[in-house]
Design a protein. Sequence first.
Length: 295
Amino acid sequence: MSKIASTFSRLVRFVPKSNPAKVLIGEPVDPQLDVGLAVYQGKEVSVRPFSGSSVLSPGQLTGGATETIARLLSPLAQTEVGSIRCIGLNYVSHAKEMSLAIPDVPTLFMKPSTALADPWPAPTVLPKLTQQDNTGDYESEMVIVIGRDAKDVPESEALDYVLGYTAANDVSSRTSQMNQSQWCFSKGFDGACPIGPTLVSAALIPDASKLHIRGIKSGRVMQDCPLSDLIFSVPQLISFLSQGTTLSAGTIILTGTPPGVGAAKSPKEFIKAGDEFSVELLPHVGTLINKIENQ
């Protein structure tokens, strides 16, 4: 666990009502509150500010007055994440629904930092290319946030590099994905990686396989799976991705999606303008919500 992780439980990055021109880092006052759901419902969410300006260096509680969230932001800014590492086919049950063999090594693709997007009220915007045949798809995912530079890390030490965890939606354009051998293009559009709502310290989640994830489309549960179904664990992924490659502090790793994606359903069920999609990662992380819009 990164040393920074021991300084907080859950962090949010947000614009406060007291100063719409400012971005703050802080810890929600209510430790049990689903921040993403509360903001979506229009409830006031009180936050204790930290002295730092980034979750990578949050500083300490200021001890001043609490702030109220005006707008919830992704836990990390685009300038902090660099490239976004993504793992494909990492749930046993998802491999089965896609009639694919269990992989021997993780399948890696990448998204650019411009794919990063905020939680509600920020939308998920489907590009014109995806709208041509309306095959935009959702993928609920747990995200690992790296807290310090990692290279050639053995599995036994991998968790020492984890700052915390959050949720993501790996928004995909299925026709483009199936037409190409590489997935970066079809999954790397602007805004195709909303993350949030909170960054939960690795100290609060010593074993990420104990988490449970759900994907909910306009009120209907589409994905519902424990993370114990992961093919490659958090230590295995960090160790693999760091071999010969520096994972800089702020690197985020999307760990794959469980069964229930729209492309695997019969008939297929994709996302379209007007839909809302929620990624619920419990306990602690909460619900990442976005409304789907067309470019």
